[in-house]
Design a protein around this ligand. Sequence first.
Ligand SMILES: *Cc1c(COP(=O)(O)O)cnc(C)c1O
Length: 468
Amino acid sequence: MTINGTDYISTRGNADALDFAGVTLTGLARDGGLYVPRHWPQFSTEDIKAMRGLSYVELAARVMAPFTAGVLSESELKGLCSTAYGSFAHSAITPLVQLDGQHWLLELFHGPTLAFKDVALQLLGQLFERFLSGTDKKLTIVGATSGDTGSAAIDAVAGLAQIEIFMLHPHNRVSDVQRRQMTTILAPNVHNIAIEGSFDDAQAMVKRMFSDKDVNGPLTLSAVNSINWARLMAQVVYYFYAALRLGGPERKIAFSVPTGNFGDVFAGYVAAQMGLPIEQLIVATNINDILHRALSKGDYSVLGVTPTASPSMDIQVSSNFERLLFDLEGRDGSTTAARMKWFEQMGKMVLSPDMRKKSALLSSARADADQMAAAMRWAYGAADQIIDPHTAIALHAARASGIKPETPIVTLATAHPAKFPDAVENATGVRPALPARVSHLFDREERFDVLPGTYDAVRDYVLARAVR
Ligand SMILES: *Cc1c(COP(=O)(O)O)cnc(C)c1O
């Protein structure tokens, strides 16, 4: 198949190439890999200088246009971004806040559900609608959530005509704010399911639905987790945005990123491949530190998950890490396929010295509960900023990085502190209030169904309600 414009290939080298519309509507590639652009688009220093002074929406369209070439023009993208980011509560969309002479926060939580996932998912909702309209296709999104992803995804697609969303969460095991952010959205295409079971049970049911021919066949299932390329693409934008405001491209900037599934920091890696001068990308983990062990010692081995106050980083394996491995091994799909097959069997892999040399742009650090709390107190004491536990992990890593003081370090602030009031209050003594725009959550009607934790119950529920 030939594609005019940017095309996307699988990291495992054995699936059809897709254009941007195809890759947006698909989840995993058929060979089990993840889609990446065949080539990284390039911006020259002059191109990047010409981006100075653009608004967030204009910049977003400029940075993403090479990825959508052949499918969406820069001006079409601008229209979609303007709708997507119209729902943000800050006119800068992702404002920078200075902490001291070297450290800055990039606030990514001004979207409707107070977490950085809105930046990507609000746009993804617009892209879905754009690619479905004018066709008679219907998309059924099924997902499992332990909190943040579910609410951001529901908010992004609520009310869209050709999409039904079914979101599973473990009954009584998400916080009241997280549940209400999902269940108070009463649009008819939104179906919240509380299952009697754990998040892992919910996740396993979703996976099974994707491979169940009685479901995925009659229905066109789609995923909204961060393996979706369009989500990563939307996140590349704010690296450019921050760098341009702090003296880029003439000056190199460092970024510290609270990391779980490796999507957010991989977007920074993409910005660097496109020509943005980046001094360092710091991969910050909590005590669930598989990525820190991989990047600092070459040891990528699964150890099990310990729950922490930064739950969105409590991961066992990072799905997007495969995209980096593909690059580090010379973008050869068969090598990546063999490596991932070995990893799936053995639960571990080793990064060669050559791969570690090639990944030198990425450093890493790990923060435990005390270091996280100390970073929260420092931000409050030094700059009067209340930050959330995820952001605090990355701020700890930024301050411990040893990067020379002339280089600005931007810590990505991925959640509003009011999403994690207990952890913030424990560390700082201050209980952060929900912003006024979401404080209505506790007055609104909720709608969700509780189902037994069996696959059949969930499958029958979805089949009975999905629109074909
Ligand atoms: C999802 C999430 C992360 C982790 O991002 P990845 O792209 O999965 O690495 C960090 N912080 C918060 C608040 C999140 O919701």
